[in-house]
Design a protein around this ligand. Structure first.
Ligand code: SF4
Length: 397
C-alpha cells in the first residue's frame, strides 16, 4: 500500500504583486510586514520623530502618521529629514483623511506611501435630496473623483511610490451605501472604483485594506475582495486590520481572530493590530500572530503543558524563569513540561526540553534524547549550560 501523501502544514500565501513602501516591499512573497501608527500630532516634530524611531526600533517596519492639514504635510519634510540625519530612513505612510488633494500632493513628496480613504472623497447630492443614485449620477460622481485623484496618482507613480486604498466599513461614501448597503460588497466596490482609476493611469503600486470593527464583516470583505480581484486578474497585496479593536485581552483576541483567520487562509501581506493603547503595545501582538502561524520567526517558540495533578514543579514559575533566561535566542524551540507521561513526542519536537522527572528533579532533553537529570533548583542554569555546550547560546544584549 502506498504511503499517504503528507498533508502540507505551511500556509500557502496568495500570490500578490510586490509594492514598495520605502525600503520595505509589501507582497510579492516578501514576509508579512508589521506596521503601526504614531498618535503624536505631526506638528510636534520632536515628538513625532521620537515616536517613529521608538516604534521602528521595536520592529514596526512601516510607520503611519496622520496628516490633517497642509501645515502637517509640510511638517513631514522636517520629520523625514530628521529621521534620515539622526536615525535612518523609516518607511513612512501619510494618512490623508479627507478630500484634501493639496495636502496629499504636498505630503507625497516626503513619504513613501499615501493612504486615502475612498469614503471621504465626497461628491454627493445636496443634503435633503438623498434617496438613490441613478447609474448616470453614480458615473458622474466617479468622473469627479477621478479628476480629483489624478494628480496624486501621477505624482506617486512618477516618484515610484505607492498608495494604500484604505476602505473603512464605518465611512463608506453615501452613494455606495445607497447602492450596495452597509455591506462588504459596498466596501469592495469602493476599493475597486479607486483601483480602476489608478490602473487607467498606469499606476499599480497599490495596497488595499478593508477594515471593520466587527470581525465577521472584516473577514467577509477581505474574502470577497480576493474573489473579485481573482476574477478581474488583479493581484494587489492586502493590508489587514480590525479597526477600533479596543484594548486589553479582548482587543488582542479580536485582532487575532480577524487577522489570524485571513493569514491562515493565505490572505494578507501586511498587518496592523489597532489597540487603544500605546502603539508600542501593538508590535509584539503582530509578531506573535505571525509566529504562531509560522509566517515569521522572530522569537523563541515555547511549548508548555497546561499543568495538571501530575505536575512535578511550579510550572508557571519555571516557564517564566526559562522564558526570561532564553527569550533572546530567536530560532529555538524550548519545551517546559510538568512530566513525561506521554513521551517526549508531546514536546512537539522542541530543540530542548525541561521536564519534570520525579519530585525535586527535572530532566533536560535535547530533541527526544534525555541528556541528564538535575535537581530542580539547578534546572534553568543547567538548561543554559546545555544550550551553551551545543554552541547555540548568544549573550543577551
Ligand atoms: Fe499533566 Fe504531565 Fe500533561 Fe503536564 S505533561 S499536563 S504535568 S500529564
Amino acid at each position: 500500500q502506498a504511503a499517504p501523501t503528507p498533508v502540507e502544514t505551511a500556509i500557502v500565501r496568495r500570490k500578490t504583486r510586490p509594492v514598495p513602501v520605502g525600503s520595505i516591499t509589501i507582497g510579492g512573497g516578501h514576509p508579512v510586514a508589521v506596521q503601526s501608527m504614531i498618535n503624536e500630532d505631526t506638528l510636534d516634530i520632536d515628538g513625532s520623530v521620537a515616536a517613529i524611531r521608538r516604534l521602528h526600533e521595536i520592529g514596526c517596519e512601516i510607520v503611519r502618521v496622520t496628516v490633517p492639514s497642509l501645515a502637517h504635510a509640510k511638517a513631514m519634510e522636517e520629520i523625514r529629514d530628521r529621521l534620515y540625519k539622526t536615525y535612518k530612513p523609516v518607511p513612512l505612510v501619510a494618512d490623508v483623511h479627507h478630500n484634501g488633494m493639496k495636502i496629499a500632493l504636498e505630503v507625497a513628496k516626503y513619504v513613501d506611501n499615501v493612504r486615502i480613504n475612498p469614503g471621504l472623497y465626497v461628491f454627493e447630492k445636496p443634503k435633503g435630496d438623498r434617496t438613490e443614485y441613478s447609474a448616470a449620477e453614480f458615473a458622474e460622481i466617479g468622473d469627479k473623483i477621478r479628476e480629483t485623484l489624478e494628480p496624486l496618482v501621477i505624482s506617486l507613480r512618477d516618484q515610484g511610490k505607492s498608495m494604500r486604498i484604505g476602505v473603512n466599513h464605518g465611512s463608506l461614501a453615501e452613494r455606495m451605501l445607497f447602492t450596495y448597503g452597509d455591506t462588504p460588497e459596498g466596501m469592495v466596490e469602493s476599493a475597486l472604483e479607486f483601483i480602476r482609476i489608478c490602473e487607467s493611469l498606469n499606476f499599480y503600486n497599490l495596497e488595499i485594506s478593508l477594515k471593520a470593527s466587527r470581525v465577521p464583516v472584516m473577514l467577509a470583505a477581505n474574502r470577497l475582495m480576493v474573489k473579485r480581484m481573482d476574477e478581474l486578474g488583479m493581484d494587489y497585496p492586502l493590508h489587514l486590520g480590525v479597526t477600533e479593536a479596543g484594548d486589553g485581552e479582548y482587543g488582542r483576541i479580536k485582532s487575532t481572530a480577524g487577522i489570524g483567520t485571513l493569514l491562515a487562509e493565505g490572505i494578507g501581506d501586511t498587518i496592523r493590530v489597532s489597540l487603544t493603547e500605546a502603539p508600542e503595545k501593538e508590535i509584539p501582538v503582530c509578531y506573535g500572530i505571525l509566529q504562531a502561524l509560522g509566517l515569521r520567526r522572530t522569537m523563541v517558540e515555547y511549548v508548555a503543558c497546561p499543568s495538571c495533578g501530575r505536575t512535578l514543579f511550579n510550572l508557571e514559575d519555571v516557564l517564566h524563569k526559562v522564558r526570561e533566561a532564553t527569550k533572546h535566542l530567536t530560532g529555538l524551540n524550548i519545551a517546559v513540561m510538568g512530566c513525561i507521561v506521554n513521551g517526549p513526542g508531546e514536546m512537539a519536537d522542541a530543540d530542548y526540553g525541561y521536564v519534570g522527572k520525579q519530585p525535586g528533579y527535572i530532566s533536560l532533553y535535547r530533541g527526544r534524547e534525555e541528556v541528564k537529570k538535575v535537581p530542580e533548583s539547578e534546572g534553568v542554569a543547567a538548561l543554559i549550560d546545555l544550550i551553551k555546550a551545543d554552541g547555540r547560546w548568544i549573550d543577551p544584549q
